[in-house]
Ligand binder design. Structure first.
Ligand SMILES: Nc1nc2c(ncn2[C@@H]2O[C@H](COP(=O)(O)OP(=O)(O)OP(=O)(O)O)[C@@H](O)[C@H]2O)c(=O)[nH]1
Ligand SMILES: [Zn+2]
Length: 363
C-alpha cells in the first residue's frame, strides 16, 4: 500500500490506489466513496469518511438506485460504492465500483439461486471447531466455496484449548486442503492468534458453521469486544440459530474482517472452486491415458490406480464425486441464458476497465 492510500481515512477499511483510480470520475461528480457494511431491503449501512473532517462514520443510505433484478448484481457487504451524501431525505448509493471477488453460495432449499455473502474479499477464513470431530466433507465444501470466490482460503481450527491432540486433526485437515494453510488457534488462550493476524491483513471473510467460534475469533483479532458473542442460542422464527449482522470490522494492525452468519448448509454455486479444492485429483486425471477418462474402468487410469494403492483415499474420492454431481446439477438448473449474459457483461466490464478505467454505473 502506498503512502497516498495509507493517508486516506478509509485505508483501514481497504481503500487503496486502485480503488481511488476506479473512483476518480465519480469523485468529479461530487460523490463520496463508501464501503458497504450491511444491506437490508433497499437500505444499507455504509462506512464513509466525512468529506469535510475526514472523520470515519457509518451512515444509512438508500440503495434502491443500484438494486438489480439479478441478485448477484445487488449491493453486498464488502462492496465499494459511490454515495451522494447530500441527497434528501437520506444519502443515496448512486453506483457500485467493479467487484474483485465475491463469495456466492446456493440458497438453501430446492431453488438454484445464488446468494451473495460478501464481496471484495482477499481471504476466506474457514473456522472449524476442534470441540467436535471434524466433518471433512463439510470442510471440503467450504474450501470449494472459498476457491470459487477468487479469494485465498485459510482454515482456522478453533477452540484448541478444549482438546489435547490438535496437531493430529490439523494433519487430517491439511490432507484434504491442498495448497491451504491450516492454523490451530484458541481465542481463550491466545494460541495462534498472532499468526492468524499476520495472515489477515487484507479483507477477510469468516465463514463456518454456527458455533464454530467466528465472532469470538473476530473479537480476538480486533482486540476488543466488537461483536456480540451469543452465549445462549438465539432462535429466529424458523427455529434457526442466526447472527444477523455481517459488519465490517477494522483490525488494529490493518485489515478488515467480515463475520458472516453461521452457515448450516453451503450449496456450491459454480464449479471452478472444486478443481482447486481437489487439485490432487485434477493432477492425477491429467496423467490418465485417455483425455476423456471417466475414472471408472479405463486402462491406464491414474485415478483408479491411486485409489487402488491407497494414495487417494476412498472417502476423498467419494466426496469429490458427490460435490461434482451437485455442482453439475446446479449448473443445469441455473438459467443458462442468464449465466451467459453475466459472463458477457463481465467481459465487457473488464474491457471497459482496461480501456477507460471507468467504474460501472448500475442501472
Ligand atoms: N473454550 C473455548 N470456547 C470458545 C472459543 N472460541 C469460541 N468459544 C465459544 O464457542 C461458542 C460459540 O462461539 P461464537 O464465536 O459465538 O461462534 P460463531 O461461529 O460466531 O457462531 P454464529 O454466530 O452462530 O455463527 C461461544 O460460547 C464461545 O464462547 C475458544 O477458543 N475456546
Ligand atoms: Zn482416469
Amino acid at each position: 500500500m502506498s503512502s497516498l492510500s495509507a493517508a486516506h481515512p478509509l485505508s483501514g477499511f481497504g481503500w487503496n490506489d486502485d480503488r481511488a483510480a476506479d473512483f476518480a470520475p465519480l469523485a468529479e461528480a461530487g460523490l463520496t466513496p463508501a464501503r458497504i457494511a450491511r444491506v437490508d431491503r433497499g437500505r444499507c449501512d455504509v462506512v464513509v469518511a466525512d468529506p469535510g473532517t475526514g472523520e470515519v462514520r457509518t451512515v444509512r443510505a438508500d440503495s434502491r438506485p443500484v438494486g438489480d433484478p439479478d441478485v448477484l448484481k445487488n449491493p453486498c457487504t464488502g462492496d465499494w460504492a459511490a454515495v451522494d451524501l447530500s441527497a434528501s431525505p437520506m444519502p443515496v448509493v448512486s453506483a457500485l465500483l467493479p467487484r474483485g471477488t465475491a463469495i456466492v453460495r446456493k440458497t438453501s432449499g430446492k431453488r438454484s439461486e445464488g446468494q451473495l455473502l460478501a464481496a471484495n474479499i482477499d481471504t476466506v477464513l474457514i473456522a472449524v471447531s476442534l470441540a467436535a470431530d471434524p466433518d471433512l466433507g463439510r470442510i471440503e465444501r467450504f474450501l470449494a466455496l472459498a476457491w470459487e470466490s477468487g479469494a485465498e482460503p485459510l482454515v482456522a481450527l478453533t477452540k484448541a484449548d478444549l482438546v489435547d491432540d490438535a496437531e493430529f486433526v490439523r494433519a487430517d485437515v491439511e490432507g484434504i486442503a491442498p495448497g491451504v494453510t491450516v492454523l490451530v488457534v484458541s481465542a481463550e488462550t491466545g494460541e495462534g492468534i498472532d499468526v492468524l493476524r499476520a495472515c489477515t491483513t487484507g479483507t477477510t471473510a469468516l465463514i463456518g458453521q454456527s458455533g464454530a467460534g467466528k465472532s469470538t475469533l473476530t473479537n480476538a483479532l480486533a482486540g476488543s469486544e466488537v461483536m456480540v458473542v451469543q452465549q445462549v442460542r438465539s432462535v429466529d422464527e424458523k427455529g434457526r440459530h442466526t447472527t444477523t449482522t455481517r459488519e465490517l470490522i477494522p483490525l488494529p494492525g490493518g485489515g478488515v474482517v467480515i463475520d458472516t452468519p453461521g452457515l448450516r448448509g453451503v450449496g456450491l454455486y459454480g464449479g471452478e472452486g472444486l478443481a482447486h479444492a481437489f487439485s490432487e485429483i485434477e493432477e492425477l486425471a491429467a496423467d490418465c491415458r485417455f483425455d476423456d477418462c471417466s475414472h471408472t474402468s479405463e486402462p491406464g487410469c491414474a485415478v483408479l490406480a491411486a485409489r487402488e494403492d491407497g494414495t487417494l483415499p476412498e472417502r476423498r474420492w467419494e466426496s469429490y464425486v458427490k460435490l461434482q454431481k451437485e455442482s453439475a446439477w446446479i449448473a443445469s438448473r441455473s438459467d443458462a441464458r442468464l449465466r451467459a449474459e453475466r459472463a458477457k457483461e463481465w467481459k465487457n466490464i473488464t474491457k471497459s476497465m482496461r480501456g477507460a478505467n471507468s467504474p460501472v454505473r448500475h442501472r
